[in-house]
Design a protein around this ligand. Sequence first.
Ligand code: SAH
Ligand code: MG
Length: 211
Amino acid sequence: MTDVVAAFEAAKGFMPLDEGLALHDAAKEAALLGLPLLEVGTYCGRSTILLADAARNAGTVAVTVDHHRGSEEQQPGWEYHDTSLVDPEVGLMDTLPTFRRTLHAAGLEEYVIAVVGRSPQVAKVWRQPLGLVFIDGGHTDAHASGDYEGWAPLVAEGGLLLIHDVFPDPEDGGQAPYRVYRRALDSGVFEEVSATRSLRVLRRVPGVFTA
Ligand code: SAH
Ligand code: MG
C-alpha cells in the first residue's frame, strides 16, 4: 500500500492524494466483481497505478484508454502544457513513453492493458462488462458526453462509475464533467456513493437498465 501511494505521488499527473485514495478505495471494492476496471484518460499513468493495484489484488486487470496526444488544455501555449511531453520528431504531445516508465517503475505492467485510441472508437468495439469505469478524459462537452455515452452502458450492475473534475460551481472549473455527472444521476441508472473534492463515485443500481 505505501509502495503504491509512493509510486502514485512520484508519477506525473493532476490528481491530488485525497482523490487518489478515494479512487483506490472505489477500485478495490469494484474489483471484487472480478471484472476489468477501465479508465478513460491515461496521461502519464498516475491514476492508472491505483486501478492496477486494485486489479492485481483481486486477480483482474485494469484497462486504460488514451490517444496520448493530450487534451485541449495540455497543448502548447495552454495552461496545462508540459514541454517535456512533446515528441520532437513528430512535434505533437506523446504521453505514452512516460506512461510506460511510470508503470514499469511501479512494477505494475502486467496488470494493465493500455489501449491507444480515441475513447468513443474504443467503446464501440468493446463488449465486456466492466466493474468500474473512471472518466478522466477530455473536458469539452463533446468529449465528456462521448465518454459517458460510450462507457456508462458497459458498467455492470452493482459496478461503479467514477467521474473526475466535477465542479458544481462554474467558478471552480469547466462544467462538462458536471453535466455528465448530473445526467448519470438523473437517468436513475446510477446513484451517488461518495464525493471527494472533484471526484464523484456512483454505483449502477441493480435491476435498472439504461434507456
Ligand atoms: N487520469 C490522468 C489524467 C488524465 S488527463 C491522471 O490522473 O494523471 C486527460 C487525458 O485524456 C489526456 O492524456 C488526453 O490525451 C486524454 N484524452 C482526451 N480526450 C480523449 C479522447 N477522446 N480519447 C482518448 N483520450 C482522450
Ligand atoms: Mg482529471
